[in-house]
Design a protein around this ligand. Sequence first.
Ligand SMILES: O=C(O)c1cc(C(=O)O)c2c(n1)C(=O)C(=O)c1cc(C(=O)O)[nH]c1-2
Length: 257
Amino acid sequence: MTATATAAVPAVRSGTAAGPWPVPEFTERLRAVTADRYHDRHPFNQRMHQGELTPAELRRWITNRFHYQRHIPVKDALILAKLDRPALRRPWLRRIRDHDGAADGEGGIERWLRLGEAAGLPREQLWDSSRVLPGVRFAVEGYVTFCRLRPALDAVAASLTELSAPGLMRTRIAAFERHYPWIDPAGLAYFRTRVDQGARDGAEALALVLDWARTREEQQRALAALAYKCEVLWALLDAVDRGDTGAPDDAPDGGRP
Ligand SMILES: O=C(O)c1cc(C(=O)O)c2c(n1)C(=O)C(=O)c1cc(C(=O)O)[nH]c1-2
């Protein structure tokens, strides 16, 4: 579906059994998906927030989450290619620039590399994807492929997990400062930046989904896309929670700060 195609969809037919949910109810249903399934509830995140992760576990998370981060601008470029108007493409160009930066040494990917360095992980080790756990590889590939193959509505709806991300970022920053002082607080810049970026991206994506999903069927597709994305994030953490790459810093002694 392109924006042009959806613009031609007839207006709301409320009151009929198969008609679309009114916008407030549809919005509430979208929020209910993340309330039930967002990865802030995952046991690994819970342990992170309670200060229970070993240094090796935190490094494993940083290493594997980098695989997700480096693919976000790739999936945003796939969404960008589905949008047929400048006004629609501009926010996606900005998202890509947010992650890639306008020059070397800038942007979200660079900030994540600095988080890794603050935790004792050389940046070349993060770029070396041979340390990525198989389950993480599958989860990330699944999300990118979903955005490659599905219509723009589904791909943008999948990004709506970001509506829940700012709250999680605040919890995470507080947890790192309190429980993991061996990580230089300067390394938390990625999370600090994402509080505002995530809120803005989530609000923009929500406006698009509410505009594009005009039929009950389209609304249900958006809900399913968001549920799928929650599963991607959950599966990623399942893999990190259980995984052991066999690398020295995954040693059972938990590693050293
Ligand atoms: O650390 C997190 O918990 C978290 C979650 C999410 C999310 O909810 O999808 C994103 C991010 N971080 C993030 O940093 C990010 O850039 C991002 C982009 C997207 C997306 O789907 O477009 N989600 C997220």
